[in-house]
Design a protein around this ligand. Structure first.
Ligand SMILES: [Zn+2]
Length: 433
């Protein structure tokens, strides 16, 4: 396990504007987290990269953005209404509820009384709501607990609009809601979270080949995120632990601070379970008709899934570094440059010298035009600015001083080495790239 504590990560995230507790000024709402300015920038860099890697760079993939609210029949057909449950026990003394498989049920962990738990009952983790002005059985719906069903219910639409050849995939990134009994460990297990996933439709005969391809591609994804190889583990999920729809599942685990190895993604062979059930419940034909005239069939599906929030948490944890510079402890995020929320910070050496500020603004505008995510920083002395930029993972800092006014050179300082070099302004764009 890494020797950084989760608390250290949570505290840096709050202090520097990555992630805040949801509804914090009201005491919070359990299991919800808000992404601050730097958190949303980091998250967006990850989702953009994912979309580019898994959708844009391929010619067998279709993007989708389906709704959170869906016809309740979707969740009946998918099995979620009946089986998306956790075993729950309630203490008859303090009325706290717990996951029966996570506690010792002889003694209540909350009030300490013994023998207060009855038999476990099934607790459905979907958030229930009603759609429209009338609240009755027919208006019941749920906030989606997974994005996958939107891909299955649009399968026929994609076939009709694009007539793709098998294999092909449908991908989306979206919000999901699960009423976790015990949300925990920061953004690791929350009640509202995002998933990046795709359904890859195949002929059942070739499932092992594509399962292996997606296993390799998942590993490549973690590499692109910069996650250390020794911190990623593949876990073959045994039959009794697999979701109701899956015939083979691998979980990808990352070595999180304090938690140790736990899930950041998964790869499941869902067979034709979903499409078959939707065909049965909707009465619509969801078969694929091969163009060579051979027999129609319901495609099977391989599903790679990545928890976006867990990917964010892994990237931040993985980047967290402490070292010593001139006998002083330094904290910095060694984020891969392509993920850093701020690519480069620009500072005038002194903020009360108009000629320095004007020159620095010129450089700032030039860099901003090129890279977008460039920060203006004139708060405190230069040393403090560097420390602050280190803590948010900014790969480069540029400082404009009095020499800059004469010879058009600046100081370019690197986050990882803390080394500073004197360089011409006109070379900055290439050096920072
Ligand atoms: Zn109790």
């Amino acid at each position: 396990m890494s020797d950084t504590s989760l608390e250290t990560i949570v505290s840096l995230c709050k202090r520097r504007g990555f992630i805040y507790q949801g509804s914090e000024i009201y005491g919070g709402l359990a299991g919800t987290w808000d992404y601050g300015p730097l958190g949303v920038a980091l998250k967006r860099n990850i989702t953009n990269l994912w979309w580019k890697t898994f959708v844009e760079n391929r010619d067998d993939m279709y993007g989708l953005d389906s709704t959170v609210l869906m016809n309740r029949k979707v969740w009946q057909a998918s099995g979620h209404v009946d089986t998306f449950t956790d075993p729950l026990v309630e203490c008859s003394n303090c009325h706290n509820r717990f996951r029966a498989d996570k506690i010792n049920t002889s003694k209540c962990p909350s009030c300490g009384k013994e023998g207060t738990f009855g038999e476990p009952r099934k607790f459905n983790m979907m958030f229930k709501t009603t759609v429209g002005p009338v609240e009755d059985e027919s208006s019941v719906s749920y906030l989606r607990p997974e994005t996958a069903q939107g891909m299955f219910t649009n399968f026929k639409n994609i076939l009709d609009s694009f007539s793709p050849d098998l294999p092909f995939g449908v991908a989306q990134i979206g919000r999901n809601f699960r009423n976790e009994i015990s949300p925990r460990d920061f953004i690791f297990r929350s009640r509202e979270f995002e998933i990046m996933e795709l359904e890859y439709f195949i002929h059942p005969e070739s499932w092992e080949k594509y399962f292996e391809q997606w296993r390799v591609q998942s590993q490549e994804w973690f590499e692109v995120l910069g996650l250390s190889k020794e911190k990623i583990k593949e876990i073959e999920v045994p039959a009794e632990d697999r979701a109701h729809y899956s015939q083979r599942t691998i979980d990808f685990h990352y070595d999180f601070p304090s938690l140790g190895f736990d899930e950041i993604g998964g790869l499941a062979y869902r067979t034709d379970f979903d499409l078959k059930n939707h065909q049965k419940h909707s009465g619509k034909n969801l078969e694929y008709r091969p163009k060579d005239g051979t027999q129609s069939f319901i495609p099977h599906v391989i599903e790679p899934t990545y928890g976006l929030d867990r990917n964010v948490m892994a990237v931040i944890s993985n980047s967290y570094t402490e070292d010593e510079i001139n006998g002083e402890k330094r904290v910095y995020l060694k984020l891969p440059a392509h993920l850093a929320p701020v690519k480069v910070a620009v500072s005038p050496l002194l903020k009360n010298k108009p000629e320095l500020v004007a020159k620095a603004r010129e450089v700032y505008d030039m860099m901003k035009k090129e890279f977008g995510n460039v920060m203006w920083d004139d708060n405190g002395n230069i040393g403090k600015r560097y420390r602050r930029q280190d803590e948010i993972g900014t790969p480069y800092c540029i400082t404009i001083d009095f020499d800059s006014l004469n010879d058009d050179t600046v100081t370019l300082r690197s986050r990882d080495t803390t080394e500073q070099e004197r360089t011409k302004i006109e070379n900055l764009r290439d050096l920072v790239k």
